[in-house]
Design a protein around this ligand. Structure first.
Ligand code: GAL
Length: 326
């Protein structure tokens, strides 16, 4: 990793300590990777997320310093190859529905894509939220696969996990190799934790129903030592609200009550991912949404360092002083 002082600062932070919330890639275009995820793989950082321009659905960028991003490709588009899901007889393989006007972009609505890597199968597995182009009624999960992180993904279709509605979602890969899909069910009232099948392609079982009636969205999970943490937002559409955190010893264990995370609008953002960094540091990544329709492409990404109290309570502040990567 480049060790020059500037490149050692966190994404969005300048020498003056200000935050910048949109990024320009190596082509001179704005980075579009909303509702996304940043992963460390092959000595680089990879940022994947929603890109709803034209026929694109999910794009990928690569960085060696978390500040400058090279465009690596469109992972999923309306023209992506499709294949039958290996375990399901009735996945819906539609990505495009010509003639039906989308709320944003074209075709079906793909949100919050997240990747898992299955090392033994050498396969990248993308889980995401799927809806028809013009409403949120179907509430389905969808899966796509690829043998490269930045290749052309093959779309395996959409479905409701074990018949449950599934909207805002995330994945979590635990240190024991287990993989999990977390999604908002029952019209966003409940948050479901599903254990994924050993190949990560399907739901194995529903392990937990968190905070019934709690209306939680935008889940993201990370591990710090022997504790897991989950951030979620409230449910106010594109408008930001007070996020909360909870903790557990294992994904299928008992989760704590929720407590406030950040300020009343989570610094005008909605969680999408937490990136673990060396030296016990964790970076909060949130979307500052531009809204529906033409506002959406103006959505920005907020990066803030997470601090922990001695009791392990996580928090973020708006202190944008430079936070140096070692
Ligand atoms: C948000 C959700 C976004 C998007 C939006 C639509 O609450 O987190 O991913 O679905 O609602 O209103």
């Amino acid at each position: 990793m480049d060790q020059t002082p500037t490149s050692r600062l966190l994404p969005g932070f300048t020498d003056a300590g200000q935050v910048s919330l949109s990024f320009i890639d190596d082509r001179g275009e704005t980075v579009h990777a909303h509702g996304g995820q940043i992963l460390h793989h092959d000595d680089a950082w990879w940022w994947i997320g929603e890109d709803r321009r034209g026929r694109v659905k999910v794009s990928c960028y690569r960085s060696e310093d978390l500040r400058t991003w090279d465009f690596r490709g469109h992972l999923l588009t309306l023209d992506s190859p499709t294949a039958p899901h290996p375990h399901r007889s009735s996945s819906d393989l539609r990505l495009d529905i010509p003639g039906r006007r989308a709320m944003i972009g074209q075709g079906c609505n793909i949100e919050r894509p997240k990747l898992l890597y299955h090392a033994a199968r050498r396969q990248w597995v993308m889980w995401m939220h799927w809806e028809l182009p013009d409403n949120y009624h179907e509430a389905r999960a969808a899966v796509a696969v690829c043998d490269r992180i930045d290749g052309d993904y093959t779309y395996l279709g959409s479905f409701r996990p074990l018949g449950h509605m599934s909207r805002d979602c995330t994945v979590f890969h635990d240190t024991d190799g287990s993989a999990w899909f977390i999604s908002a069910a029952r019209d966003n009232r409940d948050l479901h934790i599903y254990r994924l099948s050993p190949d990560y392609l399907d739901i194995e079982r529903l392990e937990r129903v968190l905070w019934p009636g709690g209306l939680r969205e935008a889940p993201t999970v990370f591990r710090r030592g022997d504790r897991l943490y989950m951030l979620t937002s409230g449910c106010t559409g594109w408008r930001p609200n007070q996020s909360s955190w909870a903790t557990a010893r294992s994904m299928d264990g008992g989760w704590s009550e929720r407590r406030d995370f950040g300020d009343q609008t989570t610094f005008a953002s909605q969680p999408t991912w937490v990136l673990p960094l060396p030296d016990d540091r964790f970076l909060y990544i949130g979307d500052r949404w531009g809204g529906v329709g033409r506002g959406y492409p103006a959505s920005e990404t907020v990066f803030l360092p997470i601090s922990f109290s001695e009791a392990g309570e996580p928090g973020i502040t708006a202190d944008l002083s430079p936070w140096i990567l070692s």
